[in-house]
Design a protein around this ligand. Sequence first.
Ligand code: CO
Length: 134
Amino acid sequence: MIGRLNHVAIAVPDLAAASAQYANILGAKVGAPQDEPDHGVTVVFIDLPNTKIELLYPLGEASPIRGFLDRNPAGGIHHICYEVSDILAARDQMIASGARVLGSDDPKIGAHGNPVIFLHPKDFNGCLIELEQV
Ligand code: CO
């Protein structure tokens, strides 16, 4: 069911430093920071030839990644995102298989303007998974 790897999201303690590292040391194509108030994050998108990296930094007090950075002060991989062609069919299949969808079962609009759901990391080997309809 899942298709391409859409992105890997990395929570970072210093967005400017992480962006500069990817641009200057790793030589990647790094975008400008974008505030995503609906998701409680500021995001820097990095385009790679075969996928994307998203650097995530907390935005606002209720940011969902603040707790992650408290537990992982040096930063770390926060989630990976797989593409699906039909988010509602994917959601129904996940629920039928016993996997937990985080928050409401209804897809939300993600950082790329497409519907997404998140799956509980305890159901997937400790890895938070985002499914995005593309
Ligand atoms: Co994501």
